[in-house]
Design a protein around this ligand. Structure first.
Ligand SMILES: O=C(O)CCC(=O)C(=O)O
Length: 262
């Protein structure tokens, strides 16, 4: 089971459940109006670019927007939402000076799509350290996520590093949640998109956040044009990677902490 909290829950409760089960939901964290503004923002990009990334893994009946963080507007506020920043910091912050955006993707699963292959998001990192999560994810529901329309499939407890091939259907639960909710799961938690057997699309924005000393999944410096990054508030620029990790990693002249100059 994935525990669902409402937004009045403390971060401690949320993080404790996330660490125990590998996933947790905060329901109704943002308003329908805000979600609608994100959906409106994304519509034209889904329609013009959404089929670009279709393949066996992403599906052929699913539209995707790669790196929506490059699109100035409310989607950026979702990806850098203060509550998400708090939960991520409390979960992986112990293993880095600062965390960063690994990737962002908008995913609209259309009717007829089948279950996505179950996987771990952190499998691209070729090594593991005991008790260190390299990254975690936040999936925002832009529609009600239901069993029928493809709510994210999650295997609670699978951050025990069991083999993906050992997962059986009974181990899988779906992150059923109302529009405006957020599902957090660890990088080592097995999950995947669900089949959409309804008659309407299911849209969500999923971001990964990784330890600041790792290579980011997306090359944020190329995904987000420099003039767009410069137009973002400092917290978002830092999240993209426009800051050093400690004094020596990722140094550059404009480092906001001034390490370059020291
Ligand atoms: O769409 C979803 O619910 C999850 C998608 C996912 O896990 C992925 O594409 O890596």
């Amino acid at each position: 089971m994935i525990k669902t909290f409402d937004r009045s829950a403390s971060n401690d409760e949320v993080v404790q459940a996330l660490k125990k089960d590998g996933g947790v939901i905060i329901a109704n964290l943002v308003s329908d109006e805000f979600v609608d503004s994100v959906s409106t923002q994304l519509r034209s990009t889904y329609d013009s670019q959404g089929t670009k990334h279709q393949d066996d893994f992403n599906g052929y009946t699913t539209l995707r927007i790669h790196a929506p963080i490059r699109l100035p507007g409310p989607v950026v506020d979702l990806i850098a939402h203060p509550r998400v920043m708090e939960v991520v910091g409390l979960t992986i912050g112990k293993d880095c000076d600062n965390f960063q955006l690994g990737s962002s993707t908008a995913i609209e699963i259309h009717p007829g799509e089948t279950d996505q292959e179950l996987h771990r998001d952190d499998d691209m990192y070729p090594i593991r350290f005991p008790n260190v999560e390299f990254q975690m994810s936040a999936m925002w529901s832009l529609d009600d996520f239901t069993e029928e329309n493809g709510a994210t499939r999650v295997v609670p407890g699978s951050h025990d590093l069991r083999d993906v091939d050992d997962v059986i259907e009974d181990d899988v639960v779906q992150a059923v949640m109302p529009k405006g909710s957020v599902l957090f799961y660890l990088g080592s938690t097995i999950h995947g998109g669900g089949a959409n057997n309804s008659d309407a699309p299911r849209s969500g924005v999923i971001s990964t956040y990784s330890l600041g000393w790792l290579r980011q999944e997306d090359n944020q410096y190329l995904c987000v044009p420099r003039n767009v990054a410069d137009s973002y508030p400092e917290d978002v620029r830092r999240l993209l990677g426009y800051q050093t990790h400690g004094q020596y990693l990722g140094t550059y002249p404009g480092d906001p902490d001034g390490f370059w100059a020291e």
